[in-house]
Design a protein around this ligand. Structure first.
Ligand SMILES: [Zn+2]
Length: 303
């Protein structure tokens, strides 16, 4: 979002009549001068600009954006009279003609989108050229296609209104703490990870991994099962020869994950297309995965 610096014109001056306003639109101007937003702000607030009946709500260039009036008060900018809809119902933005004018106009489009979201309305129906209120070639740059056409400017406003829409909030997943020995099963969408650490499981869930439940409850004593990482996927093995071979081709040793012991099998499944591995204690899942093209790489791990 464009950073707005509030620097209001002194109240009770000709430039700030203070008529209450319930804005229904935004009017775009070009300044018609080479002065920066900062110089316009200084002129309006300190150097006598407040003595004239010309004013505006915002002035913006490629670097700064100043707000000179609250949007709940009118400005004298449209030239359509003391009771004119331009003056009394629209927020005035002066876009400077100095510096990077494309950037200045992009920023003005973003500011316009931000204002429209507050007051309601659309780029097509609630954004006006100064020229729509009186016979004046303003905003003169946009009207002559610099840095782009008026319709492009309106399209940008629409895009900013969409881009700024708040992302739909995802419910944060709180993984319940399970009994000692439980193996939390996590899925990134491309990688299955099994951990006995509730803290790690929750950390991954916060990163967007899916919690798929407790895989099984590992025994307290038994043979070590190591966790290895290829840089893309995790693999769990109780076989020291396999571990050594994978480390020799660049897999990373992430330590002992849990232990293997008992008589019930954990099936290790491999997806030859994606390279993923899956551990499951469910024969039903083993069968479904096999049917879907996964290989069963064995049942060395027990619980
Ligand atoms: Zn104008």
């Amino acid at each position: 979002m464009v950073e707005i610096t509030k620097s209001y014109i002194p109240a009770g001056t000709p430039a700030r009549p203070g008529y209450p306003m319930d804005p229904t639109g935004v009017t775009i101007h070009n300044t018609g001068s080479s002065a920066s937003a900062k110089n316009h702000m200084l002129y309006m607030t300190q150097n006598g600009g407040f003595n004239s009946t010309t004013s505006y709500h915002f002035v913006i260039d490629d670097i700064n954006c100043f707000q000179l009036l609250p949007i709940t008060e009118n400005a004298w900018h449209a030239g359509d009279g003391a009771l004119g809809a331009g003056n009394r119902k629209t927020i005035a933005i002066e876009v400077c003609e100095c510096g990077d004018i494309k950037k200045a106009h992009d920023r003005a489009a973003e500011l316009t989108a931000y204002l429209l979201k507050q007051i309601g309305g659309s780029a097509q129906h609630n954004v006006f050229q100064h020229a729509q209120w009186m016979a004046k070639d303003c905003p003169r740059l946009l009207r002559s296609g610099r840095p782009y056409s008026w319709s492009t400017f309106l399209d940008k406003v629409t895009q900013f209104m969409k881009a700024d829409a708040p992302a739909p909030k995802k419910e944060p997943v709180k993984i319940p703490e399970a009994a000692a020995g439980s193996v939390y099963r996590m899925y990134s969408g491309a990688d299955h990870l099994y951990t006995q650490s509730h803290k790690e499981a929750q950390y991954l869930a916060d990163l967007g991994w899916k919690y798929e439940g407790i895989g099984w409850v590992a025994p307290a004593d038994g043979a070590p099962v190591w966790r290895l990482y290829s840089g893309k996927t995790h693999l769990f093995t109780a076989d020291p020869v396999e571990k050594k071979r994978l480390l020799s081709i660049g897999w990373k040793d992430e330590g002992q994950a849990f232990v293997s012991g008992g008589s019930r099998p954990i099936y290790r499944m491999y997806n030859p297309y994606s390279g993923e591995h899956l551990l499951t204690a469910s024969l039903k899942e083993h069968d479904a995965a096999t049917k879907a093209g996964w290989y069963c790489e064995g049942q060395e791990i027990k619980y």
